[in-house]
Design a protein around this ligand. Structure first.
Ligand SMILES: Cc1ncc(COP(=O)(O)O)c(C=O)c1O
Length: 411
């Protein structure tokens, strides 16, 4: 199956940006380098105590395997965090550490449903959610988004079928920046419960809500008996604490049964998560309140300082309510998103992601193989811009982007 799945739009531009950077640095007339508005990697670092906890762990020799579920001390700290910050009622037995939330998601998808089951994904989604679903043998069904890129419960219910088993929610969302409110979240959870679906809630950007508040979907199940719960949540240290390269995330499974199944997948996939990274995680959890708030302010300041130009220019209907990305519409250039991203990088050194890649909607045949590949036509002029980067780089990159759009406008 892996050979039939194309690499994502994220990888394509990542490689192109690296090639451009390399060419510039070895050229006799070096350019100005690449302005990286394509990757969700922040300009800030984790605090000193996180780095110290990591190196101290290495020096103490805490470099052995740490068990498939993760270090007990970290899991206990996570239970406390999930309880106080997210309103979850969970226990150590249902919290598993993973090498990044990305791997936790992949493991969940492998353990929650048998191959052939359908998974509901947003029509604009993080490409990795789709890749993971396909690799787990699941059949993706794309649910429509309504105004402000929010899930439309009626349309979502209409997209589902008798083989649907999983609903994937992602708020704040990548790539749209949409943030679901409590009423919508409850409606979707009720819908999932009524239809017997499991819910995966990807909360990697939980600390980056600028308008409204983050609500953990699983907090709405506090009063449901554990064995009857359906919400499995994934969280990350990458975004909140800027620990992208440490590779640390965690899963809060809904039930003991789901946690046990997850342990089997994890044993077979990873054996365990890096031990020093987990010590760094314990330090990060201790000082998270201050860090996460500071980081949220940093990204919000970027959003408020630079993105209004895109709104004024009519390329963005409103500022993203959360997350690290904005989806701009470059339809007036007449170029499709991939051509635009390639030409922008060549001409200005600004790297952005072609948004049609977030709307790749493959069709599968009866055996689960990809039968036909198509990108939703309505996404062909969308461009994703990451605004978690250095303020000066963001400012420069968006100016160059806007100049390029103006210079190439055909309408
Ligand atoms: C929506 C979403 N979920 C999960 C992740 C994975 O993060 P990590 O594996 O670094 O925890 C990302 C990374 O960009 C993301 O955008």
């Amino acid at each position: 199956m892996a050979t039939t799945i194309p690499s994502s739009c994220l990888q394509d531009i990542y490689r192109a940006a690296e090639a451009k950077e390399h060419a510039d640095s070895t050229s006799e007339t070096p350019g100005n380098g690449v302005v990286k508005l394509h990757v969700g990697d922040p300009y800030f670092d984790p605090p000193e105590e996180v780095a110290e906890a990591f190196t101290d762990a290495v020096r103490r020799g805490e470099t052995k395997y740490s068990g498939v579920e993760g270090l007990p001390a970290l899991r206990e700290a996570l239970v406390e965090k999930l309880h106080t910050d997210n309103g979850l009622d969970t226990e150590v037995s249902r919290v598993l550490v993973s090498p990044g939330s990305c791997q936790g998601l992949a493991a969940l998808l492998q353990s929650l449903a048998a191959p052939g089951a359908e998974i509901l994904l947003p029509e604009l989604h993080w490409p990795v959610h789709l890749q993971q679903s396909l690799l787990a043998g699941l059949r993706p069904v794309f649910y429509p988004l309504g105004p402000d890129f929010l899930p439309d419960p009626e349309a979502l219910a209409a997209a589902a079928g008798p083989r649907t088993r999983i609903l994937l929610l992602n708020s704040p969302a990548n790539p749209t920046g949409a943030v679901m409110d409590a009423a919508l979240t409850r409606t979707l959870l009720d819908l999932a419960r009524a239809n017997g679906w499991q819910v995966i809630s990807d909360e990697a950007y939980e600390h980056y809500v600028f308008d409204g508040e983050h609500l953990s979907v699983a907090s709405l199940e506090r009063n449901v008996p554990v064995a009857e719960r359906i919400v499995h949540s994934t969280f990350s240290f990458s975004k909140s604490v800027a620990m992208t390269g440490y590779r640390l995330g965690y899963v809060a499974a809904a039930t003991e049964e789901a946690a046990d199944a997850l342990k089997v997948v994890q044993e077979a996939s990873i054996i365990g998560t890096s031990t020093p990274a987990q010590y760094a995680g314990i330090a990060a959890i201790r000082s998270r309140a201050g860090i996460a708030e500071l980081n949220r302010k940093r990204v919000r300041a970027n959003r408020d300082a630079v993105l209004p130009q895109l709104v004024e220019e009519g390329l963005l209907s409103r500022l993203p309510a959360g997350g690290w990305y904005a989806l701009a519409d470059i339809g007036r250039t007449g170029m499709d998103a991939e051509t635009f991203a390639t030409r922008l990088l060549d001409a200005t050194g600004v790297a952005v992601v072609a948004g049609n890649g977030f709307a790749w909607h493959p069709r599968l045949d009866g055996t689960g193989s990809i039968e036909s590949s198509r990108y939703a036509p309505w996404a062909r002029h969308l461009i994703r811009i990451a605004f978690c980067v250095e303020p000066e780089a963001l400012d420069r990159g968006v100016r160059l982007f806007l100049d390029f759009v103006r210079d190439h406008a055909v309408e």
